[in-house]
Design a protein around this ligand. Sequence first.
Ligand code: AMP
Ligand code: GLY
Length: 438
Amino acid sequence: MMKKVMLIGNGAREHVIAETLKRSSHEVELYAFGKALNPGIESLSEDYRVGDYMDQDEVLNYALHVDPDFVIIGPEDPIDSGLADKLLEQGYGSVAPLQAVAKLESSKSFTRELLANHDIPGNPQFKVFTSVEGIREFMEELDGQFVVKYDGLKGGKGVKVVGDHLEGIEEGYLYAVECLEGCGQVVIEEKLIGQEFSLISFADGVSLAHMPAVQDHKRAYDGDTGPNTGGMGTYSDSNHMLPFLSEEDIATAHAMNEAVLEALRDETGTEFKGIMYGGFIATKKGVSLIEYNCRFGDPEAMNLLPILKTDFVDVCIAIIKGTLSEMEVEFENSATVCKYVVPDGYPDNPCKGDKIEVGETPNEVNIYYGSVDKKEDGLYLSGSRAIAFVGIGETLESAERLAAGAVNSVQGPVFYRTDIGTAEVIERKIAYMNELRG
Ligand code: AMP
Ligand code: GLY
C-alpha cells in the first residue's frame, strides 16, 4: 500500500533515511523539508520544500498540505524544540520523541539525574551547579580529571574535556562560568578513559530493537588529532560487535538503553518513541554512559540503515504504534566503513563554493550527500561535511578498502581521514583496551 512520508532534515543522515524508505516493499511517496536542497534526497522525493525547520508553523503548514502517514525528524534541534508534539496535535505521528523526553539529549543534567534517581549504573561521578559555589572544590575532588558540559544543545560544541580542550582547573572554571552565564546550569563530571562506541536502538515507548554497535571518529585528523567535528567517519563489524568490545559490554549497553526507556516513562509519563542513541565508553571498570541522543547519529546512520534487512517503513510504523515487540528487526551480517570527505579548513575555516569531482565508484560503495550544492555543471562544497562514502563488505578490511578507494577519488580542495576502519588502527584499539583492562 502507498505510504506518504514526510522527512525533515537535509544532511547525509537524512539522505540515507530517504534511501532506506524507498527500499521498502511499500510504495513510498517522500516529501522532504530541509534548510537547503540536498541533491540526493531531492532525487528520491515527490516534492522538496526548502524552509526553516525550526519554524514550527512553517513545518506544520507543509504537513497539512502533504497529509503524511508519518513523519521522520532527522536532526536534534527541531526535536528538542517540540516539533513532534506540534505535529501530533494535528494527528501526525513522528519517528522522533516528544519534547518531554527529548530532554534526554538536550539536557545533560536531566540525563545524569535520571540515571542516578533510577539506580541505573553507568554514570561517572558528576554534579550539577547553578552557581560557581563548589565548582573548584569538585574539580579538585576529581583530581583535576574532569569534563565541563554546557547544559543544553550546542551543536556538539558544549563539552570541554581537561587535557583536550581545557588545560586545568583554572581554564575549566572559566568555561564553567561561561556555561552558567549561557544557560544557568553546568554539569561537571569525571573524565572517563577508554574507547567510545554508539549503541543505537529503535524505541516504541515500551520496547527496543537494538542496532549493531558503531564507532565514530570525532577528531578532524588522522590519529584522533585536531579539532572536534560532527564525526569524520564510522565503522561497524559483520558480527554487530566492535573488535575491542566483549559480549558483556554490548549487553551492558543494551540493558542501559532498556532501563533508560523505562525510567523516562516513569519520570515523565511520556513514552519515548523514535531513535535512542546511547553514546558509551568502554573503560577499565566496564561500560559507562557519555551521553544520549534522540536521533540517528551522523555518520552512524550510514553504517546501520544500508544493512537493515527488515522493512524500514514497517519499523517506523511499529515505533509510532508501539508494536515493535511483535516484529523481528534484523540486520545483514556485513561490515561497513563510512568515510566523509570534507572541505579543506573544516571544521574551523572550511572553504566554500569550490567545485569537486567524484570519480567512478564500485557498486558496493554507497554515496550520501551532506553539505554540497548541485549545479548544472556538477557538485560544489557548501562548508560542512560534504559527501559520505560507505563501503559494505564481508570483513572490515574489504569494507575499508572500498570506502577508501571511493573517498580518494574525489578531486578538489578536500580531505578525509585515511585511518578510519584500517586493520592497523583497529589492532591498536584492541591492544589499548587489553592493556587498560589488564
Ligand atoms: P557529548 O556532546 O556529550 O557527546 O560529548 C562530546 C565528546 O566529549 C564525547 O564524544 C567524548 O569524547 C567527550 N566526553 C563527554 N563526556 C565525557 C566524559 N565524562 N569523559 C571523557 N570524555 C567525555
Ligand atoms: N556521530 C555523532 C552524532 O551524530 O552526534
